[in-house]
Design a protein around this ligand. Structure first.
Ligand code: THU
Length: 133
């Protein structure tokens, strides 16, 4: 499973995004350490703060299926520049990075621009010092 395939799945699930308030539809495809893929789209709410981002929706799908170690995530949106995950999603994703590893994070837009980073770069020291670790 490579990023081209992950992006394809992310575009597919993005079609199911529920985004009537922002009209900004996002899709995400999350690759587990075991090579399984779980997808998610954003789910908005009339009470705006309850919105769930595509990335966190993918995380909950994976956890519900019994997978809790993720190595890559692909995110897509129709934006001028590719999105980068919000702070809440960075923190939630950091919970599920395999020990001593990092997570590849890439996002794309329809123009084919790619933003490429890692979770450690996007959220350094996410777990350091908390609960004695
Ligand atoms: N959104 C995501 O789902 N993921 C991102 O990385 C950026 C933002 C959603 C949340 C909200 O439904 C809409 O995009 C506008 O912020």
């Amino acid at each position: 499973m490579n990023f081209d395939q992950l992006f394809e799945l992310a575009w597919e699930v993005r079609q199911n995004a529920y985004a009537p308030y922002s009209n900004f539809r996002v899709g995400a495809a999350l690759l587990t350490k075991d090579g399984k893929v779980f997808t998610g789209c954003n789910v908005e709410n009339l009470s705006f703060g309850l919105t769930i981002c595509a990335e966190r929706a993918a995380v909950t799908a994976a956890i519900a299926a019994g997978y809790a170690e993720f190595v890559s995530i692909a995110i897509v949106s129709e934006s001028v520049s590719p999105v980068s995950p919000c702070g809440a999603c960075r923190q939630v994703l950091s919970e599920f990075v395999p020990a001593n590893e990092d997570m590849e994070v890439r996002s794309a837009n329809p123009a084919g621009d790619i933003f490429e980073s890692t979770l450690n770069a996007l959220l350094p020291r996410a777990r350091a010092g908390i609960l004695g670790t």
